[in-house]
Write a protein that binds this ligand. Sequence first.
Ligand SMILES: Nc1ncnc2c1ncn2[C@@H]1O[C@H](COP(=O)(O)OP(=O)(O)OP(=O)(O)O)[C@@H](O)[C@H]1O
Ligand SMILES: [Mg+2]
Length: 387
Amino acid sequence: MLITRLQLKNWRNFRKVDVTLGPRGYLIGANASGKSNLLDVFRFLRTIAQSEGGGLQKALKERGGLSKLRSLHARRDPEVRIEVDVSESREDSPPRWKYVLAFKAEGKGLQRVLIQEETVIKEGEIRVHRPSPEDLADPARLTQTYLEQINNNADFRELADHFSSTTYLHLVPQLLKHSDEISGRIVENDPFGQGLLQRVARTPEKTRDARLRRIQQALEVAVPQFSELHFEKDAVSGMPHLKANFKHWRVHGSWQREDQFSDGTLRLIGFLWALQEGDGLLLLEEPELSLNDAITAHIPLMIDRVLRQRKRGGSSRQVLSSTHSDNLVGAVTDPDSILLLEPGEDGTNVRAATPHERLEMEHGLNAAEVLLPKTRPQSIEQMGLFS
Ligand SMILES: Nc1ncnc2c1ncn2[C@@H]1O[C@H](COP(=O)(O)OP(=O)(O)OP(=O)(O)O)[C@@H](O)[C@H]1O
Ligand SMILES: [Mg+2]
């Protein structure tokens, strides 16, 4: 299933958003235009839907409370509102699922955040619509969503499971390399990819080998001298490791463990693994980091290829990435998969390519040439004054 449409009101630096999404999405925009904030909506929904230790109040607390979250651009209407359609394809009408959540501060000294609306619609039919008469009689009930309550989400468990299976990855190779020194402490939901080796270790051998083989094929192209990638457990400590062979003047090359891999190699391994694992939404922060420009230009292709392979196996994964990379955006062939974030006085506007921009792409310009100039801050020339 895919998130096929996202509507927001008063979410962080967005006053209003209404966009459709497909199997792949690339968010482009200047620094601080809100790319990470947009991805954060899905992390927020994941935390709410997580059956263990999740919930609306926790999702709010993790973000420093409603006052941090609610858009500074919000006018008189103080409500934060999230609406998502979830379906097999964005052409489905009505979508398989629609989920609506709106909330605001109670404003009576109690400082509670109360749900203003929670609605679940399946194939056009309303399954949940709150506040119910019971909610109105006991407003404390409005501090919790049905999405987070196993007793109340039985009718739409598929949707709750989909939200909670979202993965967010902003891989920081240093954390993975130095996991021993930081005594293996992993941040909740592992946003920095520290737990990669443990996840590789937990994967059944056959699946693991097949995934590593695919990663190996990509790395053979991307990393000079790279030849083999294997999983192993340390004979003494039992700790999981990845080892790779680098072709060398020595006949058998030389084997290295992940703490010797380059940052770019580790980031590629992390994101290629994530593409093959799980079936919820995958959020990637700037997958181009530490990678050579020529390799960056292959990222959209790698994503497409892995997803195509998975589709043949009957599974899939929606991928939404933020990016600043000219080469990456230039290699995106489907204009529908790019979203532009344009900051303005009234918050950031999110839009797809216009018909005119699409025409330019059809006539030989690539997506980076047409769209990236529109994301550059207007006063960029002045930055030279500081150098
Ligand atoms: N509640 C809010 N109301 C208005 N603006 C907000 C709110 N919360 C955060 N912001 C603004 O959002 C901006 C940060 O957005 P975000 O981190 O999503 O940018 P980004 O596009 O990911 O940037 P980068 O490319 O540098 O990673 C900051 O300027 C911050 O002030
Ligand atoms: Mg960001």
